[in-house]
Design a protein around this ligand. Sequence first.
Ligand code: G16
Length: 549
Amino acid sequence: MSDQYADAVAAAAKSHPRPSGAKPFVYGTAGFRMNADLLDPVVYSVGLLAALRSRKLKGQAIGVMITASHNPAKDNGVKLVDPYGDMLEQSWESYATTLANTPSEEMAEAYAKAAKDLGVDSDIPANVIIARDTRPSGKALVDALVDALKATGSQYTDYGVLTTPQLHYLTRATNTQNDAHPYGEVSVEGYYKKLSEAYKTAMRHDKPTGSLTVDCANGVGAVALKEFLKYMPKEDDLSGGLKVNVANDRIDKPEVLNEKCGADFVKSGQRAPEGFNGKPFDRWASYDGDADRVLYYFHEEGSIFRLLDGDRIATLAATFIRELVQKAGLEEDLQLAVVQTAYANGASTKYIEDVLKLKVECTPTGVKHLHHVASRYDIGVYFEANGHGTVLFSQNAQRKIRKADPQSPAELEALTTLRALTELINQTVGDALSDMLLVEVILAQKEYTVKEWAATYEDMPNRLIKVLVPDKSDYATVPGTAERKLEKPAGMQDKIDVLVEKYRNGRCFVRASGTEDAVRVYGEASAAYDVDDMLRNVEQLIKVTPKAN
Ligand code: G16
């Protein structure tokens, strides 16, 4: 055991015992997520890994977010943020899983082994920044994390209650503060200032029509949104003044977090949240529990619910940014692409390819996958249908946009807006607040109401359901298929294929959730009744499939 901190790690680990008989924990789609009662030793182990990661990266700050996002209030979770604000590098996930499953009496040895395998120099200082959502369990979990950081001699800053994207922002801002182009001021206030200044520039000639009501899922998004509104132009300001109504902001009642409200509820149920009182065509948006997703929606006359989900935000953003790039005279220089997952509505993919004539890539679920692919392009627009996404501008694109010399007033206008967007968009991760401002800018500039936005193309009827199974690890998809085909349970995919063939333009896939104990089933077809029938049959198939051995 060579690491100089191993003894302290062993001593502190005694206070964070792993319960015997606990199911193996896996670092999944968004880190570890489970019933909060089980998380204490897991968070302790994540603290150890955060210290190793920071040392490995020469003392750059690593972020740790305590949140279970869209999950119910009883759950919590933890995820690591890499120095540039993106998710933990995938090759480290197995170390996270190993440490999380190590009994406390073996922790020091496992930690020292990981340090050795990863080639970590324990003399390098470690630096970790922490935030948590509004869940009551978060405070004690931060204590477990801090125990690990103290044991490993790490410096840390606890920012308290923040949205996930704010922590991502702070991580990148911390690590770029001495660069030629720092990401932003290293403070929460700096985050609000950056977004509001960019918004004001982008809205210099425009004012949104009507008001916007935001369902904050009774979570931390309510705190951030209310604070942010102090930095916004006054409601009647002709440059960007926007009336925002804050709904579902009961953070004083932790049990109502994500309860019958929030982006996940709205997307899965395809209905408005509790408390919805919009008149026809009123603009509403929903955040999720840690404010990294946003969706828009409205009611048509007759209370017909119309959802403007992540696919819609992707197509709106791609259309607008492409127009700006063209108007700025940079079309030949900057390649734009859209990244989606299998959950993207088929009509959105067709629209992007056939009408916008842009390249579409499809990745497995999980922001880390989309982010990775989007970063290969000059401008990569990525969104999951559930509202999680952002736009990435490569270093090359940012340089070209910064340095371009406008040849006409029209080019200057487009460039000014494009420059503002590179600041307005949180390029570290999906950010409900930042994405919402982007949508507001686009709707105002294009003079679109929600009705016109929804009319850009017609969604295929679709549904997403959750099926509880005895063990979700019985379900695995074929690598390289972006989760569209199952390889486990054996034979199930063939049966699904036979079923789906019966429905016009039917498409259906099954995959294990990375954040909940369930499998998800997505289906779409030309007719809504076909979608319902198809999903009923696939659900039945799952229920009668015997447990794998
Ligand atoms: C997380 C991930 C998202 C993913 C979602 C659902 O979101 O960050 O990329 O779409 O979970 O994942 P799954 O279908 O595997 O349960 P969030 O907002 O819950 O952190």
